[in-house]
Write a protein that binds this ligand. Structure first.
Ligand SMILES: NC(=O)c1ccc[n+]([C@@H]2O[C@H](COP(=O)([O-])OP(=O)(O)OC[C@H]3O[C@@H](n4cnc5c(N)ncnc54)[C@H](O)[C@@H]3O)[C@@H](O)[C@H]2O)c1
Length: 310
C-alpha cells in the first residue's frame, strides 16, 4: 500500500483531501502542529498522526525516517493574508523555512517518489482576466511572496533530486472545516447566528471559489497521473463570483433576505478586484472537471457550526 505523508493534513483542505484519499488504497500519515487545524477533522489513527512543527528540522527528519513515505504532500503553512501581514516574520518562518525543512528532510530518505507543494493564486499580480500558469509572477503581500519562494525552493529541490514535483496554485477554497476567517465562513458564522444584517469588508472584489471536495479530487488525480519532472497547475473553479453573489446563494437557501452593511474595520487596504484561474491545463492533464457549484456548496454550510479555531 502506498504511503502518503501530509503536512498540515488536519487543516481545512487537508481534511477534505484525506477523506478523498481514504477511498483509495493509500496509507495516510499526517504531521500538523494543530495551530489552525483540528484533530477531530480527520480519522487518521494516533499511530499515523504526528503533532509536530515544520520549524523543527530534526523532528521532521526523525518522523520521515520512521514513516518512509512514497509521496509527500506539503500543505502546512499559515495563509490568512491579514494575519500574515501582521506577523510577517512568523509567516516567512513557517512558509519559507518550514518548507526548506520539509524539502531537506525528504532529501535524507530514499523512499519519496513524488512531492506535492501547495502554492497559491497570491503569487500572481493583479490581473483583469483569467490567469494561466505562464503568467508573470508578482506577489502583492508577504504571504504570496513566501509561497513564491516555496515554489523556487521546490524547483531547486527537483533539480537536485530529480523527484517528480507538482506545484499546485490553489485559488479560493470553500467548504466544511474552514479554519480561517475568510469571506464565506464569515458570512456563514453571522447567518448561522441568526443575523440577517451582516457586516462585511470590501464588496466589489470577485473571487474564484472552489469547493474543497473538488480540490481533493483534482489533487488525487494529479498525484495519480504525474510521473516525471516538475510542473505547475492552477487549481480553481474557473468562474469568478462577487461577494454579493455569495450572499445571494445564502439568501436562496435560507429563503430570507440578508442585508449587507460595510464594516470599515474589515475593509482591506490593498485588495485585488479579480482573481480568476485559467484551469485548462489541469483539466487537460488529468481529465478532472469541477462539479460543485457555489450554490450547492453553500447549501451544505447553512446550519453547520463554524469550525474556526480561537
Ligand atoms: N484555503 C485557501 O483558500 C487556500 C488558497 C491558496 C492556498 N492555500 C494553501 O493550502 C494549504 C492548506 O491551507 P488550508 O486552507 O487547509 O489552511 P489550514 O490553516 O486549515 O491548513 C494548514 C495546516 O497547517 C498546520 N500548520 C500551520 N503551521 C504549522 C507548522 N508550523 N507546523 C506544522 N503544521 C502547521 C495548521 O495547523 C493547519 O492544519 C496552505 O499551504 C495554504 O497556503 C489555501
Amino acid at each position: 500500500m502506498k504511503k502518503i505523508f501530509i503536512t498540515g493534513g488536519a487543516g481545512f483542505i487537508g481534511s477534505a483531501l484525506i477523506q478523498q484519499l481514504e477511498k483509495k488504497a493509500y496509507e495516510i500519515f499526517v504531521m500538523d502542529n494543530l495551530s489552525f487545524g483540528n484533530r477531530s477533522f480527520i480519522n487518521v489513527p494516533e499511530a499515523r498522526f504526528f503533532k509536530a512543527d515544520i520549524r523543527e528540522p530534526n523532528v521532521i527528519t526523525g518522523i520521515l525516517k520512521s514513516v518512509q513515505p512514497d509521496t509527500v504532500i506539503h500543505l502546512a503553512a499559515i495563509h490568512f493574508i491579514p494575519y500574515c501581514n501582521q506577523h510577517p516574520f512568523e509567516a516567512s518562518d513557517i512558509n519559507i523555512r518550514g518548507t526548506m525543512n520539509i524539502l531537506d528532510a525528504v532529501k535524507k530518505i530514499d523512499s519519496v517518489k513524488k512531492l506535492f507543494f501547495a502554492s497559491t493564486a497570491a503569487v500572481y499580480p493583479i490581473a483583469d482576466t483569467a490567469v494561466r500558469e505562464t503568467h508573470e509572477l508578482l506577489p502583492l503581500d508577504i504571504y504570496g511572496l513566501s509561497k513564491h519562494t516555496g515554489e523556487r525552493l521546490c524547483n531547486e529541490f527537483h533539480k537536485e533530486t530529480g523527484i517528480p514535483t507538482i506545484i499546485c496554485r490553489f485559488f479560493n477554497a470553500f467548504g466544511p472545516n474552514e479554519t480561517n476567517p475568510h469571506l464565506i465562513p464569515e458570512i456563514q458564522a453571522q447567518i448561522n447566528n441568526g443575523i440577517r444584517k451582516i457586516r462585511l469588508g470590501n464588496l466589489t472584489p470577485k473571487r474564484d471559489f472552489i469547493h474543497t471536495y473538488d480540490m481533493a479530487l483534482a489533487i488525487e488525480m494529479l498525484l495519480e497521473k504525474f510521473e516525471h519532472g516538475i510542473d505547475v497547475f492552477n487549481l480553481g473553479r474557473g468562474i469568478e463570483y462577487a461577494v454579493t453573489e455569495v450572499v445571494e446563494a445564502f439568501e436562496k437557501h435560507l429563503e430570507e433576505k440578508v442585508e449587507i452593511e460595510i464594516d470599515p474595520q474589515k475593509v482591506r487596504k490593498v485588495e485585488r478586484m479579480h482573481l480568476l484561474a485559467d484551469i485548462t491545463k489541469i483539466k487537460d492533464f488529468t481529465g478532472w472537471v469541477p462539479r460543485i457549484t457555489l450554490e450547492e456548496g453553500i447549501k451544505t454550510l447553512i446550519s453547520q457550526k463554524p469550525t474556526i479555531n480561537g
